[in-house]
Ligand binder design. Structure first.
Ligand code: ATP
Ligand code: MG
Length: 743
């Protein structure tokens, strides 16, 4: 047997990390800040269990947050111990593990083995129908609202029978609980589960079947959980149930990185751990191995502004490295241009694009970057976020595949019954649906019955008959043709491809391309079913994920990852912290936004670069913006401020000090000089550089000029924020850096 302690991965660990890896039996909680090696500890611990034959691969349950993280963990363990890592059947996300358990005992919870996993689109359509059936006004009580509510209940592990009156009253004057029950019944009727069910129904399965629970409890001799701070109540209950026999559960997490409360994550699970697992050992790691001194100092100070946190000290033996840069730009386009230019320069210097990431607060910010990347030919990948398979044409194609496999899949069928148009109108669809409901049969069965009657107009009848024949044919071809050939046959026969070919809108060509890409992506799977299962579960689809590409993703998707260079655009009030979040959740949400900022900055090993744009187009309107408060919460010693906007020239404070203020250096000299002078003044006064500036340059009545809004008159001054009347362009709040005095 290889001596585990001689492996390089173990040898390099510090003493506290080793303690966690070698912790023998019993519950263990590793609570530590970003980049301290939590995930590393978990992976090394997993290797140790296998290499020292403490447990077999099938006896270890390892849970991580995304499929990407699970794949990474698997490959890290393989690198460490080779073949011994094969057979880690229970390494995955909570959802994939839940699905695996439910597929073993579907009948115990009222499903069949080939049950489908619904996405939010299907869920919403189903809920809309249920709301209407109850004669509730779905304008006032929206399906999305009900979906959120049901999601919340599921995250908390609440079944329809356990809803308290108060909770049930949330929706449509007390109808919430009834709708939830009906929804669950409908899911069973459609042989479907939603994401929440993958955990909730596991818990029900275990609670109602002690023997099955014991079987899993016996199996999982060891359990490992990464990103523990973001587990929700249901997931916690599942962990607790499963670990109850051996109690060998090791959770690692960081309260400062809890960023999924909107999905029901409860950071209080960290506190519960010590209570529920009485003899739990708690280990804290304090040395950060990921980032340079400046990155760590800036992030640590930022997160100190949060009040609800355990508090921790982090240190690094790395050098100070480059400062965290703060760059202001004119607008989002310039932001994307500057960042792309910089990445291209890195790339010319043989820096690996895989080591560069752009992390945005909201997915709308991505478009600007995608446009730019495409236009300059910079290879990139979008991780998480609006995914390939969330595109309409991909969803439609999937619905077709679903009915080929399971003609009784009514949700899928209803989606494409009249796409492309087959002359099957609303009235006919309603007739079909009513018939199916009244007779408790699927939509396709209802169609088959109805075309034998005179209920439906002859012309429509022909369309429906053709449609039924097609679905029968596809179903019969399932075992006749390869699944990827069949996929093409289906979309060709159905007229879907023809519809796209005949569509002369700008997007049609792209959609056709996407469908072609879809065919390519289906091929490697064993079957259409395997492909559908995959897309229901994966967090991201990438054509060539291994290629050398810049990563573009949301901050949420970046959790646990690391890159040499990290770009953080859009640090503006309203964008980040996100306005909706602030409006809805007050101080708690602000703290969660700050944790997101902390997660963002700490993804970088070498450099974090923050950007804010002076103007943003939102909902077709130009808005001028104010730099994020988070910028001001970081210590200026660790920051480098770039005053590049409008000109594209990036200058740090040091550059400016050495500069002779040669106006010819700037494309808009007066403009730039005003900004530089004001900044230098700040520097001399040793003021924090960006927002806090009591030396207001303008006062009520000052006449100013703004590059976009033209001439205006200052109405009021709040620090560096000016309210200016721009006449025809309206009254706007603008940072003083972005106007020039005309007085
Ligand atoms: P996060 O909180 O962001 O999830 P983490 O605590 O899980 O971070 P890891 O991703 O495990 O941290 O490790 C961060 C980096 O530090 C990795 O590049 C890892 O290889 C490195 N690292 C961890 N421990 C050591 C060590 N003892 N010696 C050298 N490098 C280490
Ligand atoms: Mg980690």
């Amino acid at each position: 047997m290889t001596n585990f302690k001689t492996l390089d991965n173990f040898k390099r660990l510090n003493e506290v990390q080793k303690e966690a890896v070698l912790h023998d039996k019993g519950p263990l909680l590793v609570l530590a800040g970003a980049g301290t090696g939590k995930t590393g500890v978990l992976t090394t611990r997993l290797s140790r269990l296998l290499i020292e034959n403490i447990a077999l691969p099938g006896e270890i349950l390892s849970v991580t947050f995304t499929n990407k993280a699970a794949n990474e963990m698997r490959s890290r363990v393989s690198d460490q111990i080779g073949d011994k890592a094969s057979g880690l059947k229970w390494l995955g996300t909570f959802h994939s593990i839940g699905a695996q358990i439910l597929r073993t005992y579907p009948e115990k919870i009222g499903l069949k083995n080939d049950f489908i996993i619904l996405d939010t689109d299907d869920q919403t359509r189903l809920l809309k129908q249920l709301i209407r059936d109850e004669n509730i006004d779905d304008k006032k009580w929206s399906p999305k609202g009900l979906l959120n509510l049901i999601d919340k209940w599921k995250n908390k592990g609440i079944l329809p029978g356990n809803i308290s009156r108060d909770d049930g009253d949330y929706f449509a004057n007390g109808k919430g609980a009834i709708l939830y029950r009906k929804y669950q019944d409908q899911l069973k009727f459609f042989n479907a589960a939603d994401f929440g069910d993958l955990i909730l129904e596991c818990i029900r399965l275990f609670n109602e079947n002690q023997d099955i629970l014991e079987q899993y409890q016996n199996r999982f001799k060891f359990m490992l959980v990464d990103e523990y701070q973001d587990t929700n109540s249901s997931q916690y209950s599942l962990l607790k149930l499963l670990s109850n026999k051996w109690m060998n559960i090791c959770c690692v997490g960081d309260d400062d990185q809890s960023i999924y409360s909107w999905r029901g994550a409860e950071v209080s699970n960290i506190l519960r751990f010590e209570k529920d697992f009485p003899n739990a050992k708690v280990i804290r790691l304090e040395q950060n191995y990921r980032s340079t001194g400046n990155i760590l100092a800036a992030a640590s100070r930022l997160i100190e502004s949060n009040e609800s946190r355990f508090g921790k000290t982090l240190w690094t033996s790395s050098s100070e490295g480059e400062k965290v840069s703060i760059t202001s730009t004119w607008d989002g386009e310039e932001e994307a241009r500057i960042i792309t230019d910089e990445i291209e320069r890195y790339s010319l210097n043989n820096k690996n694009l895989d080591e560069i990431a752009i992390l945005v607060r909201a997915s709308f910010q991505m478009r600007e970057f995608e446009d730019r990347f495409i236009s300059v030919g910079l290879p990139y990948k979008v991780i998480g976020g609006p995914r390939f398979y969330e595109r309409k044409e991909i969803r439609d194609a999937n619905a077709y595949f679903r009915i080929a496999i399971q003609p009784n899949d009514s949700l899928a069928l209803e989606r494409i019954l009249n796409t492309p148009r087959r002359g099957i109108g609303e009235t006919t669809i309603k007739k079909i649906k009513d018939y199916s409901k009244n007779n408790n049969i699927s939509t396709i069965e209802a169609i088959k019955d109805l075309i034998k009657t005179s209920e439906i107009k002859p012309k429509t009848k022909i369309s429906l008959k053709n449609f039924v024949e097609l679905t029968d044919r596809w179903h019969s071809l399932l075992n006749e043709r390869s699944h990827y050939e069949l996929a093409e046959i289906i979309l060709e026969d159905s007229g879907y491809l023809e519809m796209l070919r005949n569509d002369d809108s700008i997007t049609a060509a792209g959609r056709l391309e996407n469908i072609k890409e879809l065919f390519r992506s289906i091929e490697p799977f064993e079957s259409l079913n395997a492909y559908l299962e995959h897309i229901a579960l994966v967090m991201e689809i990438d054509k060539n994920p291994d290629g050398n590409k810049v990563s573009l993703m949301t901050l949420h998707a970046a959790k646990g990852l690391e890159f040499d260079y990290v770009y953080l655009p859009g640090w503006e009030e309203g964008v980040f912290p996100n306005q909706r979040s602030l409006d809805e959740g007050g101080i708690e949400s602000l703290e969660e936004e700050r944790r997101l900022a902390y997660v963002g900055i700490t993804r970088a090993k070498i450099k974090s670069s923050i950007f804010y744009a002076a103007n943003r187009k939102m909902h077709n309107q130009w808005l001028s913006s104010i730099p994020s408060r988070f910028i001001n919460e970081m210590p200026e010693d660790n920051l480098e401020i770039n005053l590049s906007h409008f000109s594209g020239n990036q200058k740090s404070f040091t550059d400016i000090e050495e500069d002779t203020f040669d106006q010819s250096d700037y494309s808009t000299p007066g403009w730039e000089r005003a900004k530089i002078e004001s900044s230098i003044k700040n520097l001399e006064n040793n003021q924090p550089k960006i927002i806090k500036n009591s030396n207001a340059k303008y006062s009520k009545g000052s006449i100013v000029i703004h590059k976009k809004f033209g001439q205006g008159k200052v109405e009021s001054v709040d620090g560096k924020k000016l309210t200016i009347d721009f006449g025809e362009s309206g009254t706007r709040k603008v940072m003083e850096n972005f106007v020039e005095s005309l007085n």
